[in-house]
Write a protein that binds this ligand. Structure first.
Ligand code: ADP
Length: 765
C-alpha cells in the first residue's frame, strides 16, 4: 500500500497506463488541485472516472483508476490551463478520505493475470490491422507504438486508448482487469464496426446504382442516423430533442420559463441540420437548461458554527464577521429577509475576497465570483441580445450558472474600477442587479426570461471607496478593512498562514517551526504590502524548500527556522528596512501617503535660485496637488510677517517644489500643510526634524482640514521611524482605530490652523 495521493476526477475521458493525454480546463477546482499536485506530490495523482453521471462521493468511489503523473502544465491564450498527464499504472483504490475540497486515497498495484497469452496477442494484432485498413475513421498512428508492446495487458491498453469508441465504452476497459476479457471485448468492438462499415459500403454502391437524387438523399440521411446510432453519437438531433423534452418535464422552473424553453425546443426540432441558426438555438437551450432556476442551498442556522468557521479562516475583521452574524440572527427571527449588500473596501491582500469565500462556506452557500474591473460595456453585466452575433449572457448570469444555485454568495470584485464611455454605463446596470426592489425580476438580454436574484448575497470589493460610482455607493454597506501592522501580520502568519501552508505542503509543526523574529524578517525584508498575500507566498516558498531538504537530507527531521536561516532559504533581502537616519535639512519635510502597499512617508523638497518669482513643480504631481502648492505659496506670501520672511525673496528667486518617490500616486489635497512647512523652512532657512511627519489639507486662510486614510498613513510612518505626527483636529477621532503598539511610539499633535504647526515647529527657535 502506498501513501495517499490526491484524486483527479475526470468524466469525459479515460487515461490508460502508458498513454499520454492532453486536457484543458478552466475551472478553479481542477486548477487548485493540479497546483497542489505539482507542488507536493512530485506530480503524482490518482485518476478516476465516476461510475455514473452523478459524480463521486465516499460511497460510490470507483474501485480502479490510473496512477498518473503531471508532465506539463501551461497557460494557453484562451485563459484555460493545459496539462499533459502520463498514465503510469492501473491501480486499485482504497482508503479514500475527503481532504478539504478534494479526495485523497491510497492505492495498490493490481495483480494482472494472463498477460503472456500469445494466442490472443496475435489475434488482437491481426484484428487491429484489418480494422485500420477497413475503417476510414481509424488512423494508423498506433502502428508505430506496437513495437514497444510485448504483452497482452499493454496491448489491450494501447488499442483501447486509440480505438474511436465513446467514453462509456472506454471506461469499461480501465475497470476490467483480466486482459483476456478485454482482448475479447476489443475484438468484438472492432468486428462490430467492421460489419457496419461493410454495410455502409454496400448501401452506398446500391444507392449509386439504383436511386434517383431525392431517394439518395433520404438513404444517405438514414445512413447518417445509422452511423450515429452505432457510434452512440449524442449529436443526433431527433434523439436529442427527445432527451431534452424529457429533461424539460423534470426541470424545476416556473411555467413561463418552461413554455419559453418548449417553444425554443420546437424551433430547434424544426430547423434543418444545415441551418446556421441551429448552433445558436442549441446554445440558448443549453443556458436555459443549466440555469439553477429553483435550486437553493439551505443556510447554516447555527450561529456558533458560522462564527467558528469565520474565526478559523480569518484573523480579526470583526466588523464583517459581526455583520454576517447579525444578518443570520435577524433572518432566524423573520421570514423574508433581504441579504445585505456588503462592500469590503481596503488595499490588496487584506482578505476581502477570501473572507467573502469563507462567508459562503460558513453559510453553506455556493460561491459565484466575477470581476468588473475595467469593463466599460453594460452588455458585460446584462448580456447581449440574441440577435447579436456571438451573443452571450452577461457576467451575472454566467456567475449564477457556475455557482449552480439561486442563492450563492456572489462576489463582485473591483467595483471601483469600472469605466463609463459611449458603450454605456455598467455601473447603472449593476445598480439594477443590486437593487432589492427590482432584482427579483432581473432580466438578462440574452436569457430574455426573468431570473430571481433576490436571494443572492452580494459582496463587492474595492480598493478605494471614493472611486466607487456614487449611485452604487449609496446601495452598499461599506465595511473598511485597513492595512495590517507588522504585529498583526505576525499574528496572522502564526495563527493562519503558517498552519495553512504547513498543511498544503504536507508538513506538520513537528517537522517545522518558524521563530517570531524570522517571521518578522519575512514581513519586513521580503514583502512590502498592506495585506498578507505576498507574505503567504513567501511562506509557501520557504516551506517548499524545506520539504525538498527533508526529503533529500534524510538525517534531518526537524527544522527550527530562525532569523539567520532566512537568507539561505530565500536569497538576499528584497526590501531593506530604512531607518530614517538622514540629517535634518532646510526645505525637506515628510508628508504621508496612502498607496496600494499601505501607508508610506512622502518627503517633499523645495529649493530656490535666482529668478523672477516663478513656481516650478516636478514629480508628476496631480492637479489637486499642484493647486495645493499654489495655495501654500500664496498663504505664506500673505503672512510673511507672521513667519518672519523677507518679501524680497519672492522678487529675486524662482521656487522649485519636487516630490521624489516615483511609485506613489501624488494627488489629493492632504499634502497641503507639508508643502507649506517645506516652503517656510526654505524661506526662513530653518531645518525640520526628520522624525516629524504631517498630513492635512490647507486653505488659503490657513485652516487645516481633515484627510482620509489616516490609519494606513500612520502605520507606514511608524514603519519608517517617525516619532511625531501633525494631524488635522478633524481626524482626532480616527486615532481610535490605530493599534496601540503603533500609537505608543508616536506623539500626535492635532492642529486646526497652520499657525499651530508653525509655532510648534519653528516657534521655539
Ligand atoms: P484581497 O481580496 O483583499 O486582495 P485576499 O482575500 O485575496 O485579499 O487575501 C490574500 C491572502 O491573504 C489569502 O490567502 C487570505 O487567506 C490571506 N489573508 C488575508 N487577510 C487575512 C486574515 N485576516 N486572516 C487570515 N488570512 C488572511
Amino acid at each position: 500500500m502506498n501513501e495517499k495521493l490526491l484524486v483527479l476526477i475526470i468524466n469525459d475521458m479515460v487515461i490508460f497506463p502508458n498513454n499520454e493525454v492532453r486536457i484543458e480546463y478552466d475551472n478553479t477546482y481542477d486548477k487548485a488541485m493540479i497546483d497542489i499536485v505539482e507542488k507536493i506530490d512530485d506530480g503524482l495523482m490518482l485518476i478516476v472516472n465516476p461510475i455514473n453521471d452523478d459524480g463521486v462521493d465516499l460511497t460510490s468511489f470507483p474501485k480502479y483508476g490510473t496512477l498518473g503523473r503531471l508532465k506539463l502544465k501551461m497557460s494557453v491564450p484562451n485563459g484555460k490551463t493545459r496539462i499533459v498527464i502520463e498514465g503510469i499504472d492501473r491501480v486499485e483504490i482504497s482508503g479514500i478520505e475527503e481532504d478539504g475540497n478534494f479526495f485523497k486515497a491510497s492505492y495498490s498495484q493490481v495483480n494482472i493475470p494472463n498477460t503472456d497469452n500469445k494466442d490472443y496477442f496475435n489475434i488482437l494484432i491481426k484484428s487491429l490491422e484489418r480494422y485500420i485498413s477497413k475503417v476510414p475513421y481509424m488512423g494508423n498512428a498506433i502502428m508505430s507504438q506496437l513495437n514497444n508492446v510485448d504483452n497482452l495487458n499493454d496491448l489491450c491498453d494501447l488499442i483501447a486508448s486509440f480505438l474511436p469508441i465513446n467514453y462509456e465504452e472506454k471506461k469499461k476497459y480501465i475497470t476490467t482487469i483480466d486482459p483476456l476479457v478485454r482482448a475479447k471485448d476489443l475484438i468484438e468492438d472492432m468486428n462490430r464496426d467492421l460489419k457496419f462499415v461493410e454495410l455502409e459500403q454496400r448501401i452506398e454502391s446500391e444507392v449509386e446504382k439504383e436511386l434517383d437524387a431525392t431517394q439518395k438523399e433520404y438513404f444517405l440521411r438514414e445512413k447518417i442516423k445509422q452511423i450515429q446510432k452505432e457510434i452512440g453519437d449524442e449529436g443526433n438531433k431527433d434523439n436529442e430533442v427527445e432527451r431534452l423534452n424529457k429533461k424539460l418535464s423534470k426541470l424545476k422552473c416556473n411555467s413561463k420559463v418552461k413554455e419559453k424553453i418548449k417553444r425554443e425546443l420546437d424551433r430547434y426540432d424544426s430547423l434543418n441540420s444545415n441551418s446556421p441558426e441551429l448552433g445558436m438555438v442549441r446554445e440558448y437551450l443549453d443556458w436555459m437548461f443549466n440555469l439553477p432556476w429553483n435550486n437553493y442551498t439551505k443556510d447554516t442556522e447555527d450561529l456558533v458554527k458560522v462564527k467558528s468557521i469565520l474565526d478559523s479562516s480569518h484573523y480579526a475583521l470583526e466588523e464583517v464577521k459581526d455583520r454576517i452574524l447579525e444578518y443570520l440572527a435577524v433572518k432566524q427571527n423573520t421570514n423574508n429577509l433581504r441579504s445585505p449588500i456588503l462592500c469590503l473596501v481596503g488595499p490588496p491582500g487584506v482578505g476581502k475576497t477570501s473572507l467573502a469565500i469563507s462567508i459562503a462556506k460558513s453559510l453553506n452557500r455556493k460561491v459565484a465570483k466575477i470581476s468588473v474591473g475595467g469593463i466599460n460595456d453594460e452588455a458585460e453585466i446584462v448580456g447581449h441580445r440574441r440577435t447579436y452575433i456571438g451573443a452571450n449572457p452577461g457576467r451575472i448570469i454566467q456567475g449564477i450558472r457556475k455557482a449552480g444555485t439561486t442563492n450563492p454568495v456572489f462576489i463582485i470584485d473591483e467595483i471601483d474600477k469600472m469605466t463609463k464611455d459611449i458603450k454605456g454605463d455598467p455601473a447603472s446596470s449593476l445598480l439594477e442587479v443590486l437593487d432589492p426592489e427590482q432584482n427579483n425580476k432581473f432580466s438578462d438580454h440574452y436569457i430574455e426570461e426573468e431570473f430571481d436574484l433576490s436571494k443572492v448575497m452580494f459582496i463587492a470589493t474595492a480598493n478605494y471607496v471614493e472611486q466607487i460610482p456614487y449611485e452604487l455607493r449609496d446601495r452598499l454597506e461599506i465595511i473598511n478593512i485597513s492595512s495590517y501592522t507588522e504585529y498583526e501580520k505576525l499574528d496572522i502568519a502564526k495563527t493562519h498562514l503558517i498552519p495553512k501552508e504547513l498543511e498544503q505542503h504536507g508538513l506538520t509543526s513537528l517537522q517545522v517551526q518558524v521563530e517570531d523574529e524570522a517571521i518578522l524578517t519575512l514581513i519586513r525584508n521580503y514583502t512590502k504590502e498592506a495585506g498578507v498575500r505576498e507574505l503567504e507566498r513567501v511562506i509557501a516558498t520557504l516551506f517548499r524548500k524545506i520539504v525538498k531538504k527533508l526529503l533529500l537530507e534524510k538525517d534531518i527531521v526537524f527544522y527550527n527556522i530562525d532569523n539567520s536561516m532566512i537568507e539561505d532559504f530565500l536569497g538576499k533581502k528584497k526590501f531593506v528596512y530604512m531607518e530614517n537616519s538622514n540629517e535634518d535639512e532646510v526645505g525637506v519635510v515628510n508628508g504621508m501617503a496612502y498607496t496600494v502597499f499601505g501607508g508610506d512617508i512622502l518627503p517633499i523638497e523645495a529649493n530656490m535660485f535666482k529668478g523672477k518669482g516663478n513656481l516650478i513643480l516636478t514629480g508628476s504631481l496631480g492637479d489637486v496637488m499642484q493647486e495645493s502648492c499654489h495655495i501654500a505659496l500664496d498663504y505664506i506670501k500673505s503672512n510673511m510677517e507672521l513667519f518672519g520672511i523677507d518679501s524680497k525673496i519672492f522678487d529675486k528667486n524662482d521656487i522649485h517644489i519636487h516630490v521624489p518617490e516615483g511609485a506613489v500616486n501624488k494627488d489629493g489635497p492632504s499634502a497641503g500643510i507639508t508643502i507649506t512647512t517645506t516652503l517656510v523652512s526654505l524661506f526662513t532657512n530653518k531645518k525640520v526634524d526628520k522624525t516629524i511627519a504631517m498630513t492635512g489639507e490647507i486653505t488659503l486662510r490657513g485652516k487645516v482640514l481633515g484627510i482620509g486614510g489616516l490609519k494606513e498613513k500612520v502605520i507606514g510612518a511608524h514603519r519608517a521611524g517617525i516619532k511625531t505626527i501633525y494631524i488635522p483636529h478633524e481626524n482626532e477621532k480616527d486615532l481610535d482605530d490605530i493599534p496601540n503598539e503603533v500609537k505608543q511610539d508616536i506623539n500626535f499633535i492635532t492642529v486646526d490652523k497652520y499657525n499651530d504647526v508653525f509655532n510648534s515647529i519653528f516657534g521655539g527657535e
